[in-house]
Design a protein around this ligand. Structure first.
Ligand SMILES: [Zn+2]
Length: 435
């Protein structure tokens, strides 16, 4: 396997659609470090996000470098070309050092029959009783099952190989991190499918460091996990066992770990995840994005005045375009339209009411997950406001930054990476980052 830039055990992906929260986001990692958790920040932005906002990938690099400089961050950090494909990767090559190769579209399309046969022949170790440490039972995969899985995933894996080699060639040196994502597809991948996929990715000689499967249950945008927690925990543990095995069996990078996309706000799975990671001494990459955009809105609403006006206006526009905004996200949101307040009602809300409805605090009786999900998918409205929105972000930077940092640190990094109850007297306060 060729040389590659290696990724730390724990890494945290932070999307920042409007590119104003880099410092506030990094501040959350600084707080983690102060409490003894080394969490490497990764700024991620997909091609789709760049298109919606009208930004170039180089702007994300500039934002990350600036945040790092201002806060004096002297540990690693990365810039992730999120969900790229062969058609979209080129403008990401220079500014990025982390590439999330999205092969979801090719899943299910059959590879050449000869390739499938060759794969099955090459991997007799996959069939029969395969004892994998930490799995309750040996895997017992029939040859026909290896063939079925190869038919479903081999073309996608070959696609990943093509895109990886394209990036490696364009960058000249393979000094980057490679992730392969399969999360934006219909059905979750089971642990034994993941093993077969990893064998195929190793055959492609991809120095894979993170892999983003689709997990069981629903990972809706910006809200908690919906699904069978026991089943999730079981499969998450099995995925970790399979990855540890595949690293040894196929010579994949020892840093290979799971990447959890739509990883923000999944509060109910963080504890089972942390247990599993500890059990396997495994790392993880968590990818978040929209949760920070929602904190911008919360900050604007909390600021009151023109900030609250903007937040109300965005909602009023969104509620009038519900179907249009929700359609592209149908598989990752569950909005109960009956729970959506009218624009008139929201226009009469106070700052506190707007914040209570939007902030992800399930104990607050005002919290409204349908309201939150609709705003999650409505960031285009803010993009269309242009300068007016950006001016408001600058004007209300302090209150927004406080919300952005607190959300990432208190609600995400702490439960995921810091064990047990925190000594409150020793914990640094979440302060606003100086501009
Ligand atoms: Zn994803």
């Amino acid at each position: 396997m060729s040389k590659y830039l290696s990724l730390a055990k724990f890494s945290f992906g932070m999307g920042d659609r409007f590119a104003h929260q880099g410092k506030a986001q990094l501040h959350a990692c600084v707080l983690a470090t102060q409490l003894g958790a080394d969490v490497v920040p990764v700024w991620n932005k997909s091609n789709r996000e760049h298109q919606f906002i009208g930004t170039e990938p180089a702007s994300l690099r500039a934002e990350a470098d600036d945040a790092v400089k201002v806060l004096g961050w002297n540990k690693p950090y990365h810039v992730d070309a999120d969900h790229i494909r062969l058609e979209t990767v080129d403008r990401f090559v220079a500014p990025s050092d982390f590439f999330t190769i999205d092969v979801a579209d090719t899943i299910g399309k059959p590879a050449a029959a000869a390739d499938v046969q060759a794969f099955v022949k090459c991997h007799p170790e996959l069939t029969g009783a395969l004892a994998i440490p930490h799995l309750d039972h040996p895997l017992n995969i029939a040859p026909a099952e290896v063939e079925r899985v190869a038919n479903k995933f081999l073309l996608a894996v070959q696609d990943a190989g093509k895109i990886y080699r394209h990036i490696a060639q364009a960058k000249g040196v393979p000094n980057f991190i490679t992730e392969v994502s399969m999360d934006e597809t219909d059905s979750p991948q089971t642990p034994h499918e993941l093993l077969i996929i990893l064998a195929a990715l190793a055959d492609e000689k991809i120095p894979l460091q993170t892999v983003a499967p689709k997990f069981t249950g629903r990972f809706n945008k910006g809200v908690d996990y919906v699904g069978d927690l026991k089943q999730f925990e079981k499969e998450f543990n099995e995925d970790l066992a399979v990855i540890a095995f595949a690293i040894r069996q196929y010579g994949l990078p020892p840093t290979l770990k799971l990447s959890v996309h739509s990883g923000s706000d999944k509060f109910s799975i963080y504890e089972p995840m942390r247990r599993a990671l500890k059990r396997f001494n495994a790392g993880v990459h968590i990818k978040t994005a929209g949760t920070t955009w929602l904190e911008e809105l919360i900050g604007l609403a909390e600021a009151g005045g023109d900030g609250l006006d903007i937040a109300r206006e965005i909602y009023a526009y969104a509620i009038n375009h519900v179907d249009e905004f929700c359609a592209p996200y149908a598989s990752v949101i569950d909005i109960d339209k009956r729970q959506l307040p009218s624009a008139a009602a929201v226009n009469a809300w106070s700052s506190a009411q707007f914040v209570a409805a939007l902030r992800h605090d399930q104990k607050n009786p005002g919290y409204n997950p349908s309201f939150r999900q609709l705003l999650h998918v409505s960031y285009k409205v803010a993009a269309n406001m242009g300068d007016r929105y950006y001016h408001a972000l600058k004007k209300h930077e302090a209150v927004i930054a406080k919300n952005v940092t607190e959300n990432l640190f208190e609600r995400h990094i702490k439960p995921l990476f810091l064990e047990g109850p925190q000594p409150t007297h020793a914990a640094p306060r979440c302060q606003t980052v100086a501009a």
